[in-house]
Design a protein around this ligand. Sequence first.
Ligand SMILES: [Zn+2]
Ligand SMILES: [Zn+2]
Length: 270
Amino acid sequence: MSDTMYLCVTCGTQYPAEDAPPARCVICEDERQYVNRQGQQWTTLSQLHGAHTNTLTEQAPGVTSIATTPKVGIGQRAYLLQTPQGNLLWDCLAYLDEATIAEIQRLGGLAAIAISHPHFYTTMADWSHAFGGVPIYIHADNRAWVMRPDPVIHYFTDESIEPLPGLRVLRLGGHFPGSAALHWPDAAEGAGALFTGDTISIAADPRWVTFMYSFPNSIPLGPRAIRRIVAGVEPLAFARLYDGWDELAGDARGAVLRSAERYLAHILEA
Ligand SMILES: [Zn+2]
Ligand SMILES: [Zn+2]
């Protein structure tokens, strides 16, 4: 693991090896994030080792969440998706240790990684290297936010790709131009599941979702972006929705469509 690579404390983004920490975190200085009130702070994976644990929790058959306690960066969770064609890691976490690698190996290892958007890029290259250099799929429109480039990263330009047979990654845009979601039609006993990162976010009332340009700074998305997201997910069947923190069970597709209508009604009000 990369001991000399600095991680931003606030967002968990890893930067290439340097003798001194970078001057600034590009991800945090963007208006979709924020610099901690204490100022820019840095750590490394080796400094974090021993003080954190990754917990794997089976959320549903074939869907295992991975979360770090105490939290690192923005405290999101990633998902290990186990399919007959191999395992995919959807989204990523900054914290990685030998125990996590062993646990994922026990569950069949990884065949590929796909990541919704830059707030989850974190230590993605380390995750790939820990599993034999499996490909990481990222939409090319988010390339400028990759702080640690690596040959394992594949930038796709199509509107959707199949990283493994039976799994589809769709660029929906919105939060970031290359923001993507993953659709797994066979999940939830064939009712389907959608994994959305921050593209579609579960609201405090879990019957609803929301759509934001910036979550920490409460900057909404405009109608064109909302309609584009709706157009992307409307043709899909999914009973469950998993964002980076939570899950919405039941009629997840209906919840997304109703929420988009409600949102548009508010922002278009004269
Ligand atoms: Zn940062
Ligand atoms: Zn985000």
